[in-house]
Ligand binder design. Structure first.
Ligand SMILES: Nc1nc2c(ncn2[C@@H]2O[C@H](COP(=O)(O)OP(=O)(O)OP(=O)(O)O)[C@@H](O)[C@H]2O)c(=O)[nH]1
Ligand SMILES: [Mg+2]
Length: 613
């Protein structure tokens, strides 16, 4: 369980954490010198009845809100620190807005430095604070007066944190593992160490992890939680991972540590976005900073229905400068780069849209409705089963059972989920296309499957399903790499039959010296090749080369003459072979080459001899 501090500069966050935990988290020389927090600080806090919580101490300086965000992301409870002498200040409000945008579960307000104010003032400030909390996750939070100097109220803070912690929802250890990196450093003798809060899932020591965005795979050498070695990183814990084989620069803050291949960074997200009440309207061309986890990238927000105004929640497309690793339900914060200001934020609705320009979906959509929208959007390609848990924002088991509970959804061989209606549509269309192919090419043995695949606008694995279901239903049959309507066979009917007759007559009359394909085309006034190829398949003609067909019986007779005229083992010159066959040179050479290819003759330097002699 993680508690994050929040609040204006100098209001006493670090001093309070020190008083509660005994750890001074301001360790940098520059922090000591300036008396302010610059980097995130971490300390374990024992809470009675809860166990050890991790405390993340953040800076309050307005220049370090980015660092505060990196610390606040993934916290369970907020410890909002407000100095009683100053009350609500600008970063008190900005941090409170960030806690709201991140949808932190709850927390406690520490009204510190009460040793500096009287009771009357304390009551006034308290009232003021209560009003400012309205509508935030701290609306009903305990407001605890405390002094780190005198120690007054420290017990009450612990109690209030313990009671808020007991109301937190449980986490699923079997979810996908994901951890945003908030620090990385090199430890002498150990190597690269990264720290972070485990957002979901768990990680065994020795696991292989993937680092995003670098994509590198590395092995975890050891896991520590609050300085103690542990065999498993659990969801919601603060952990330090020592990672083999990577430099600290390969895993800077903003990286993610993941284990599953379900995750996929994307440059376009669907999200619900809202601006803070005091923000100026946001158009689609304004550049903003998008903060999710410890990631911080440039982005533009294209909201449905034009510029986004403050207050209302709207569906939007988030266009990112760099890929972001997100999951449905993730919260993010939007800031303007200069002058730096937090302007709003929202919730990821679909982290991996399957189309380039996704239309926003509404946040109120149920899990089922989002799944159906994905199916509809995927159309002939369906939804990739891998990544579904990330797109839906639920544990893998829940995503799988959702998909399985849909009677109208079938799985393809390559792991897609697709509406049965789409497969049925593809099947009907495939049958039509095959029948049309028969009409257009009645001499073809069937429609090549490759042609069928490119004619149907569906994933190849869906074509396989359609062909399988048509085959099983006895509608079509496949022959080699082609499909035909069951029982159909090519035949020469009607005008094609006439062409076939004319060709046979002509080739028969021409005997051993038949006309070329071009000459036949000129004589018949039509391209004879489809019919010639058909006759070739049925065995009545033979192509000696691609331009010349023989009647099969004529060619066979010619081969016999050649064979009969050659003695075993003797090499014949072309002139001798011309004398044997009495073919003119124009016919002789293609014929001899045909004989070489078909193992009738063997070519040698000076001529040819009979094969096998
Ligand atoms: N009198 C009094 N002074 C306090 C108390 N708590 C903190 N201080 C003083 O307030 C000053 C700022 O305290 P920090 O704890 O550094 O404040 P912070 O909120 O961590 O500041 P940043 O991290 O820079 O935002 C220090 O000089 C503290 O000694 C308190 O309860 N009473
Ligand atoms: Mg501090």
């Amino acid at each position: 369980m993680i508690i994050g501090t929040a609040g204006h500069i100098d209001h006493g966050k670090t001093t309070l954490v020190h008083a509660l935990t005994g750890v001074d988290t301001d360790r940098l020389p520059e922090e000591k010198k300036r008396g302010i927090t610059i980097e995130l600080g971490f300390a374990p806090l024992e809470l009675p009845g809860v166990g050890v919580a991790g405390v993340v101490d953040v800076p309050g300086h307005e220049a370090f809100v980015r660092t505060m965000l990196a610390g606040a992301t993934g916290i369970d409870l907020a410890l909002l620190v407000i100095a009683a002498d100053e009350g609500m200040m600008p970063q008190t409000r900005e941090h409170l807005a960030i806690l709201s945008l991140l949808a932190v579960h709850g927390g406690v307000v520490a009204l510190t430095k009460i040793d500096l104010v009287d009771d009357e003032w304390l009551a006034l400030v308290s009232e003021d604070v209560r009003a400012a909390l309205a509508g935030s996750p701290l609306t009903d939070a305990a407001i605890v007066p405390v002094s780190a100097t005198t120690g007054a109220g420290l017990g009450a803070i612990r109690e209030a944190l313990g009671s808020a912690a007991s109301r937190l929802p449980a986490r699923d250890p079997d979810d996908l593992f994901r951890m945003p990196v908030d620090r990385s450093f090199t430890v002498k003798g150990t190597g690269t160490v990264v720290t972070g809060t485990v957002w979901s899932g768990s990680l065994p020591a020795d696991a292989n992890v993937r680092i995003i965005p670098s994509g590198r795979v590395a092995r975890v050498r050891g896991i520590q939680s609050h300085g103690t070695a542990t065999s498993r990183a659990l969801p919601g814990a603060r952990v330090a991972l020592s990672i083999a084989g990577v430099e600290r620069d390969d895993v800077p803050r903003g990286s993610w540590i993941i284990t599953d291949t379900e995750w996929m960074p994307a440059k376009t997200l669907r999200a619900d976005v809202a601006l803070l009440e005091d923000a100026a309207p946001l158009g689609p061309r304004t550049r903003v900073r998008f903060h999710l986890g410890t990631q911080d990238v440039g982005a533009r927000i294209v909201a449905a229905g034009g510029a986004l105004g403050p207050g209302t929640i709207r569906g939007a497309r988030v266009l990112l400068d760099e890929p972001v690793l997100a999951r449905a339900g993730d919260r993010f914060v939007l800031r303007l780069p200069s002058p730096a200001a937090t302007i709003g934020g929202g919730r990821v609705v679909d982290p991996m849209p399957a189309v380039a320009r996704p239309r926003p979906w509404l946040a109120e959509l149920t899990l089922e409705q989002r799944f159906e929208a994905m199916l509809a959007e995927g159309a002939g390609h369906g939804v990739a089963g891998r990544g579904l848990a990330v797109r839906l924002g639920v544990a893998p088991a829940a995503a799988a059972s959702l998909a399985a509970s849909y009677p109208g959804v079938v799985g393809t061989q390559d792991g897609r989920l697709i509406a049965r209606a789409v497969v049925d549509g593809a099947s009907a269309r495939a049958a039509e296309l095959i029948a049309a192919h028969h009409r257009q090419a009645p001499l073809d043995p069937g429609m090549p499957l490759a042609a069928l695949r490119s004619a149907l606008a569906v994933a190849p694995s869906v074509v396989e399903l359609a062909v399988a279901s048509l085959s099983a239903g006895g509608v079509i049959e496949t022959v080699g790499a082609a499909a035909r309507i069951a029982g159909w066979s090519p035949s020469l009917e009607g005008p094609l039959g006439k062409i076939a007759e004319a060709l046979s007559e002509r080739l028969s009359a021409a005997g051993r010296e038949p006309p070329s394909v071009a000459e036949l085309a000129a004589e018949l006034g039509t391209d004879p090749r489809p019919v010639l190829r058909f006759l070739e398949r049925t065995g009545s003609v033979v192509a000696v080369d691609e331009d010349r067909y023989y009647l099969a019986s004529e060619l066979a007779a010619l081969v016999e003459i050649l064979r009969g005229g050659m003695l075993d083992g003797r090499v014949y010159s072309p002139a001798e072979l011309r004398d044997i066959t009495t073919l003119s040179r124009k016919y002789l050479i293609p014929f001899l080459e045909y004989c070489d290819r078909h193992g009738i003759t063997v070519r040698q330097d000076t001529g040819r001899k009979r094969a096998g002699t």
